[in-house]
Every structure is written in structure tokens, then in C-alpha cells.
Design a protein around this ligand. Structure first.
Ligand code: ACO
Ligand code: ZN
Length: 223
């Protein structure tokens, strides 16, 4: 099986099979003109969208050796809002989300992770909520079929529990995943969402998570 995978990757480099662009992260078939055209379009739009020039009064809420986190609030200058909208469009596009109209647009907090290369490589959008429905953990007994586990719909409790903060989007640039960027975004959110207190993991909720989102959320909330 491993040899087969290797063959596909090799073929990709010779422009036959699926290949991943090393700058925009898109996976496409280089031998397919239509695919290649889509890539060129995506490539420019995407790199333009995540380009971060910065602004004078940016609100840096965390700094790291490989980047920083900037918080954008609804009444910030229009160029800051524009950047957030551009990034959100790319994220929604990737997630296949429909445009969701927030209930309280003036209470939205957007956290952007800015890399040292001056790119927005992570984004977290949060809003205040009053309640959430807990995802019921699956009874993974010794005999349970693990292969179907991922495809099974997660069941939610029908008893609402009080919550404080809802994460409506969390996204990390494909080429920057598994570097704890999402974790650092959520840590920063917990620290900054309500003045003077650090939210517990029980007080935050992920809305409508994707498979990636569930894997991350499960891991994050248990450590
Ligand atoms: N598979 C398994 N475990 C994972 C995954 C994954 N795909 N992603 C994260 N984890 C777990 C790991 O245990 C990881 O720690 P480790 O790398 O030391 O093992 C831990 O979570 C922390 O992961 P981070 O590195 O902080 O996560 P990352 O920066 O890669 O971002 C994210 C995770 C945001 C889910 C990213 O994969 C992504 O952007 N995916 C596509 C967009 C998406 O689906 N977003 C969630 C939508 S749901 C919503 O917005 C409410
Ligand atoms: Zn590209």
C-alpha cells in the first residue's frame, strides 16, 4: 500500500496525479487543465486574502516565537474589518459554510494568528452565547467497530447547559496545521473573552464542528 501512495506522490511531481501547492496548500491534478486553472485562481485569491499588512493600533493579545495573535472588534477601523471579512470568506469557502448571520454582530470577537511571514494563518471567531448542547461521548466498547466511528453522527444531549462563549469558526491554514496554532487561539480566547477571568473549557462551545473540529475540540477539552 505504501508503494502505491509513493507512486502517486512521485507522479504528482511529474504533473500527472494529485499534487499539493506548497504555497497555497490546494490539492489539485496538475495534468487537468480545468483543475490547473482553478488552482491558479485560488492561489492568487488565497494568498492575497491571507496577506497581512498590519495597522498602527492593532490589538496584539498574545505573542509567540513564530507569530502573534491580533484581536479585531466590530467597531475597529474599516481596513481591519475588511481583512477579517476577506479571511472569513476564504474560511467559509473551505468549510462549505453558508453565510451565517450572527445574532449580535456587535459582540463578535475575531482572533487572527499572524505568522512571521506576515500572513493570517489562523482565525477564530467567537460570540457570546447563553447555552449549548453537550456532545454525548460515544460508548467505545472493546467490540465497537472503530472504522465507522468517524462517519457516525455525533449525538447531542437535548438538555441545554449554560455556556458563555461560542466558537463559530476556527481555522488554521492547511500548511500550518498541527503546530498548536488552534490551541493557542482558544487559550487566548479564554483569556480575553471576558475581562478579568479565564473561561473554563465548560464555558466554551464549538458550534456545528467539522470532523477536524471535533478531533481538535475533544483533544483540547481533555488536556
Ligand atoms: N486529527 C487528529 N487530531 C487533531 C487534528 C486532526 N486533524 N487536529 C488537531 N488535533 C488534536 C491533536 O491532538 C493536536 O495535538 P498534537 O498535534 O500535539 O497531536 C491538538 O488537537 C491540537 O491541535 P492544533 O495543532 O492546535 O490544531 P491545528 O492548529 O492543526 O488546527 C483545526 C486544528 C483548526 C481544526 C484545523 O485542522 C483546521 O483548520 N481544519 C479545517 C477547518 C475546520 O474544519 N475547522 C473546524 C470547523 S468547526 C468550527 O469552526 C466550530
Ligand atoms: Zn497554489
Amino acid at each position: 500500500k505504501k508503494t502505491k501512495d509513493q507512486l502517486i506522490i512521485d507522479a504528482g511531481q511529474k504533473h500527472f496525479g494529485a499534487t499539493m501547492c506548497k504555497s497555497c496548500g490546494m490539492i489539485y491534478t496538475a495534468s487537468n487543465p480545468e483543475d490547473e486553472m482553478q488552482h491558479v485562481q485560488h492561489h492568487h485569491r488565497f494568498l492575497e486574502g491571507i496577506k497581512y499588512v498590519g495597522w498602527k493600533k492593532e490589538r496584539v493579545v498574545a505573542e509567540f516565537w513564530d507569530g502573534k495573535i491580533v484581536l479585531v472588534l466590530p467597531h475597529d477601523p474599516s481596513f481591519a474589518i475588511k481583512k477579517v471579512e476577506d479571511v472569513q470568506e476564504l474560511v467559509d469557502n473551505e468549510l462549505g459554510f453558508q453565510q451565517v448571520v450572527p445574532k449580535c454582530p456587535n459582540k463578535i470577537k475575531t482572533f487572527l494568528f499572524i505568522s512571521d511571514e506576515k500572513r493570517v494563518v489562523g482565525c477564530l471567531i467567537a460570540e457570546p452565547i447563553k447555552q449549548a448542547f453537550r456532545v454525548l461521548s460515544e460508548p467505545a466498547g472493546p467490540g465497537s467497530p472503530t472504522s465507522t466511528e468517524c462517519s457516525r453522527a455525533w449525538q447531542c444531549s437535548d438538555v441545554p447547559e449554560p455556556a458563555v462563549c461560542g466558537i463559530s469558526r476556527i481555522w488554521v491554514f492547511r500548511l500550518k496545521r498541527r503546530k498548536r496554532i488552534a490551541r493557542r487561539l482558544v487559550d487566548t480566547l479564554r483569556n480575553c473573552f471576558m475581562f478579568g477571568c479565564f473561561l473554563s473549557t465548560d464555558e466554551i462551545a464549538f458550534s456545528d464542528p467539522t470532523p477536524d473540529g471535533k478531533l481538535f475540540a475533544t483533544k483540547y477539552c481533555n488536556t
